[in-house]
Design a protein around this ligand. Sequence first.
Ligand code: ADP
Ligand code: MG
Length: 596
Amino acid sequence: MEATLKRSIRRLDPGTASRIAAGEVIDRPLSALKEVLENALDAGARAIEVRVDGTLDRRFSVSDDGAGIDPEELELALERHATSKLVALEDLDRLATLGFRGEALPSIAAVSRLRITTRPPGAESASFIAAEAGAVRERGNSGRAPGTTVEVADLFFNTPARRKFLSSATGELRAALRMMEAYALAFPEVALRMVVDGRERFEWPAVRDLSDPVAAARERAAALWGASFAGQLLTAQGERDGIRVVALLGLPEHARATRDGQVILVNRRWVQSPLLGQALRQAYGNLLPGARYPSATLWLSVPSDRLDVNVHPTKREVRFATEDSVFSLVAASCAKPLATVEPPFTVVRGGGPEPQWADRVREGSEHQTRLGLELVPGRGDAAARALEGSATGTGAAATPAADESAREPELWQLHRMYILAPVRGGLIIVDQHAAHERILYEEARTRLAAEQGASQQLLFPALVDLSRDQYELLAELTPWLRQLGWEVAPLGPPTVVVQGIPDQLKHERPGQLLQDMLDGMGESGGGDVGADIVERLARSYACHAATRAGDVLTQTEMRTLVNRLFGTSRPHGDPHGRVTFVRLDLEELHKRFGRG
Ligand code: ADP
Ligand code: MG
């Protein structure tokens, strides 16, 4: 403490200072790609190609056919706060470019090996500059058609601490594909192509006719997601006080467990906006259950003097001068086309048939962990008997199996969330969702480790339209999914057919379950990013396939669930470390009631 207080103030050396500053702008490999792509768009490119070697942090390049950089200005482009897009602060109010701070290239240069090759349309030849950790290493002439190529290699090679916090490389690449989709939607007039390890991942041609923004949006959407999926999207449009909104809205069944299906574009910027996310959600009203996010793309155009884009280092957030009116415009415009849509399923379960999953669940395991938690046998009022036994001074609760005809004790479901089970010496309260999650998780781990899981054929195979990132992920996961007992076959992107699901699993909407599981694997799905792929799959499967709070359980289902929970290796917690049950001892009850 003392020592810290006494330290004197010193200026950081420029290298350290710029690496710290770089960390704010380039917080992950995706941000580097985003900045370089934005520069190409700002340069007026008509065609952009992104190439990735291995992973984003190993090497990527972005080539454009835009305005290029004059050779005399190449060094300047690598200097902090050097920009061709903004002269004075007032310009921010009429900003038409994505960049404005002159921070991206120097920030990337500070933490990578960077090379820029560029040729303005009028120039005789191209020139290049190469930098490493921010210092210029090489300059010269080279050959190139008009335009610019920016290559970024070995990102974060000189900031090992940052490297450690990087999310998985494949996750980052999927996020990159999602980002490319977002910019493709924001700039339909630009042709985009992406190549990963020599393999073309997509090529989206430029949309020629931009006279009708909705038609242009639909054309781009069809290129991105396939004509059949794009054809199902609803259109919304609205305008008020100079603010305009266009939206393509997914049907309720396209909704997802995360926000990954949402693209929000404000003045052609790809942003995150809780405000607009909520406006969208409000528009869907009770077409969706609470925990689901609509899939939708929003194009918002706001007079630039009423929009603050300078809120966040990565420019992913914006602030509106009039939040209320933006919210109501978006919510009202999007609600209109949705008014005619029928809900795909009832949101609140209202006395319909009870869920049957537990009928398919194996009855009690031979290897049950006992933990002194055997259910107390009784005649339907086990708790009362347990108390009696104790009250009359026998100490422990009712004698097990004293009565030949003793049935299993009755269990109670509390608020459709908890199972109350009398046990020797007290009561356990089981969280039905967490318990089922633990059971499914262990089953999944076993199947993924060795044992090929059996599957049950669906009577009616389910057709599912996946998003691009879900589709990519599915392709990656296919062997493991098969191991779990899933039978999924591709039917041409973005559609797949679910033919079989793991045996013993009862699920009304297998397609939805598949999508939720895929979403749950991603960064935003909550799963621990550091966990390996098998672990994440097991967790996501368990989380989404498990019975929910709110599901009504029968006696048999409750009993099976409790028995199976204590057949697992770690019945005390679910895979996320949350408690699955709590125990209430009679001793404690006695104390509370003053029985000493
Ligand atoms: P900003 O985009 O905020 O101006 P950057 O650091 O991203 O800052 O880029 C610095 C400058 O380099 C830009 O202002 C632009 O003049 C030039 N530049 C960067 N990339 C390109 C490109 N692909 N084509 C043409 N000029 C570019
Ligand atoms: Mg820029």
